[in-house]
Write a protein that binds this ligand. Structure first.
Ligand SMILES: Nc1nc2c(ncn2[C@@H]2O[C@H](COP(=O)(O)OP(=O)(O)OP(=O)(O)O)[C@@H](O)[C@H]2O)c(=O)[nH]1
Ligand SMILES: [Zn+2]
Length: 360
């Protein structure tokens, strides 16, 4: 084995047997390759982590270019192979294919769209929503769909149960919305044992992220999940001032039970990367009925011969439409978008005229 880092240490920051299996060949090629996880991405620099300490590094330009050619980039959570040169600098020369990626698209306001990768190799997203004014089923639905599009499993964590008059009812509402297999929990993050409640998702090698609006209770939950680590962090801070370590621990938190938590500002203001076709897939009921609509690209917004409208709850249809528009806006040129919008408008007008004629 040419690995410089003991595997047990990497397991504390998410290394899994599957990943190791995928990796055996590149590692056997040369000496001095280390397997490390990306903990931070800056403009020209990276911070890698070996499970014990952070390590400043840079990515080889060839790697950056090869990724960029595929609208891809290194992100926190990536597993990489790096080596030290004779000046003691650490260079990343390979990225292992990520199992999952959370990404979003940025617009320049016109045609250009840039894809920004926010995190790689995430297993579970904790969707945090407060049972106070933050509670909103439509937003929850959007989050669920978006996370599912990224192939990441999720748990809905309804925080602030202590501030809600009827948490059981809201729990039922949220459960009714969640696809099969998605758990919904209600808790008081300040008092309940979040680590015990979330234990099934905190197994060694698991990587989690926290999503949810500002004030939902993400930091409170993060603290509850990594109580031991936070204590360790403040100890380090006292020792070496405001060094790298403090920042790194804020981004990639190893949790006491062997899982780890990624928490970055980018994830806190998330709008996910999605393709229009995938959006349809996340709404099974709509996808099942859509082939019976008269128009192949029916948006179920009042077009004649629509099989979906009327069969699906209007609110759900609205969320679907919003998500679809967002995805299409992100993947179409301005011209395509204008053409599509005028087609839809013409159909809607025709539909309304039809209806009026029928009613006499
Ligand atoms: N009563 C009660 N208060 C909570 C609970 N969870 C969080 N809070 C409080 O809600 C406030 C916001 O919580 P944070 O954890 O900072 O929220 P956040 O999601 O991290 O917010 P951002 O950092 O803005 O993204 C804090 O004052 C918490 O103490 C809970 O279960 N019950
Ligand atoms: Zn339709």
């Amino acid at each position: 084995m040419t690995l410089e880092t003991p595997l047990s240490r990497l397991q504390a920051i998410g290394l899994t047997p599957q990943l190791l299996a995928a990796l055996s060949s590149p590692l056997s090629e040369g000496d001095g390759h280390a397997l490390l996880r990306v903990a931070e991405v800056h403009r020209d620099a990276l911070v890698l982590h070996d499970g014990r300490a952070p390590l400043p590094a840079r990515a080889r330009p060839a790697l950056i270019q090869a990724l960029a050619a595929e609208a891809d980039a290194l992100a926190v959570g990536d597993w990489v192979l790096a080596e030290h040169n004779r000046f003691g600098e650490c260079w990343v020369h390979e990225r292992l294919p990520p199992r999952t990626q959370l990404a979003r698209r940025l617009h320049d306001g016109r045609d250009k769209v840039e894809r920004v990768v926010l995190a790689s190799n995430v297993d579970t997203a904790l969707l945090v929503m407060g049972l106070d004014h933050d509670f909103n089923l439509r937003r929850l639905e959007r989050y669920l769909a978006l996370v599912r599009l990224a192939g990441i499993s999720c748990v809905v964590v309804l925080s602030k149960a202590d501030l809600c008059a009827d948490p059981a009812r809201r729990l039922r509402d949220a459960l009714a919305l969640a696809p099969a297999g998605v758990e919904v929990l209600a808790l008081n993050t300040l008092a309940d044992d979040a680590r015990a409640l979330l234990a099934p998702w905190l197994a060694p090698g698991q990587t989690l992220v926290l999503l949810g609006s500002s004030g939902a209770g993400k930091s409170t939950l993060a603290n509850a999940l990594c109580a031991a680590e936070v204590a360790a962090t403040s100890g380090t801070r006292r020792g070496d001032g405001r060094g790298r370590h403090t920042t790194t621990v804020r981004t990639l938190h190893p949790l006491p039970g062997g899982a780890c938590l990624i928490d970055t500002p980018g994830l806190r203001t998330l709008r996910l990367d999605s393709e229009a076709g995938d959006v349809a897939g996340a709404f099974d009921d709509i996808a099942a009925l859509a082939p019976m609509c008269r128009f192949r690209d029916c948006r179920h917004e009042g077009e004649p011969g629509c099989a979906v409208r009327g069969a699906v709850a209007p609110e759900r249809l609205k969320s679907f439409g919003k998500l679809l528009r967002e995805a299409q806006r992100d993947t179409m040129s301005a011209l395509e978008r204008r053409e599509l919008v005028s087609t839809w408008k013409a159909r809607q007008r025709a539909g309304r005229a039809n209806l009026k004629a029928k009613r006499g």
